[in-house]
Design a protein around this ligand. Sequence first.
Ligand code: FAD
Length: 408
Amino acid sequence: MNEQPVIITGGGIGGLTTAIAIGQTGRAVLLVERAPRFEPIGYGIQIGPNALHVLERLGLAQEVLAHSSILDRGILSDALNNTPFAELPMGEALIARFGQPYAVIHRGDLHEVLVAACEALPSVQLRNDFEVAGIEDTGTKVIVTATDGTHLDGACLIAADGIWSTIRNQLFPGTPPPFTSRYAAFRCLRPVEEIPAHLVSNVVNLRCGDDFHMIHYPLRNGTLFNLVAGMRVPDHIAMDDRDGVVAHFEGVFANASDEVRQLLPFIDRSRFWAVSNLIPLHRWTKGRVALTGDSAHAMVQAMAQGACQAIEDAFVMAKHLDGAGTIETAFARFEEERRSRATYVQYRSLFMWELIHARGGWRDLRKEQLGSMTGEDFFAQLDWLYSAAPGSKLADELSWAATTQAAA
Ligand SMILES: Cc1cc2nc3c(=O)[nH]c(=O)nc-3n(C[C@H](O)[C@H](O)[C@H](O)COP(=O)(O)OP(=O)(O)OC[C@H]3O[C@@H](n4cnc5c(N)ncnc54)[C@H](O)[C@@H]3O)c2cc1C
């Protein structure tokens, strides 16, 4: 075993899951996070069957599912006239097809499960208040420097430091920064009893406007109502012009259905996210440094896969670090196994983003194409992403012959 720890920067879903997956092999891991506490933003997140297959292999699925809700279906509707045009079964039929459910969970609950799993592993050390400023790969180790000048030595560095990664540009100078889709996302999490009862049901509701969308679903056994409203910000308003963006928000839903407008008062206007995207990278790794999660492949959230892909990264990274060969070889194998799949998910997410915000005749086409699809048709379309059946890409990722993986 290598004496120096694997250093992970970033205690988000990606970094924590990577720490668990590697820590379960017995290898020392030191995860550093710049925030004083491991605390995500307090909203919901959707976890697809692909990520649950990974969490199952890590021995975490049961705990995650204990805090999750399994919804009956996903309904896509026209947000202008409240007409549903597509329905994806999400209950038993989806579980029967993909071997794992489609879950929704409060991010805080997911984080708690992941942090507790890290803390339960003697091989994993967590350290807060450590903001990585720079790295040096000496060829035999990495030296990680914090903004306060502190140094750490590690066998290698895994950068799970999110879409605005500090490490990415140090590793690959000249990489274009993430670009904004010019959409802003506003969120809301409220006790369910505050929401008009006719708008609450056990489904993921995706309401597609032209320049806007709304998605909502219940959380924590139906006690909370999670809502995200996204809208396109016109070019004359800068994405960092908070007042301008919020002022535009007030008007953009004017032609939306009553149902959408009834939900607007619940939206928190004090904060919004500029929906951003990363142009797919040619490389994720160099020497003893690797990018994972959003730092490697941030995507628009149209397929709810950003965190799910980070979870897949975690498993594949641990698998290759546990295999024979050097760290450099393991990182290269990780990149080879993961890059094209995650890049494809980035691409499909952009496509879905366009579909959600279709305008003019595209809206008619969307209705024609999706309206005729059965639940089985949707499953067939999602097979490449969710299925872990023998021969699938996910099954390959999950194949790990090592005997050291504690939970396998
Ligand atoms: C509105 C919205 C809805 C979404 N919904 C879904 C969904 O339903 N399903 C899904 O799968 N995905 C969803 N996503 C995407 C998902 O949130 C991200 O893809 C995922 O959180 C990325 O995880 P990560 O660990 O790679 O990065 P992050 O969660 O960004 O974590 C990065 C961590 O690194 C830390 N950090 C950053 N820089 C440094 C540094 N220099 N030193 C030390 N620490 C540092 C940060 O503090 C942070 O804790 C959504 C995103 C948005 C915006």
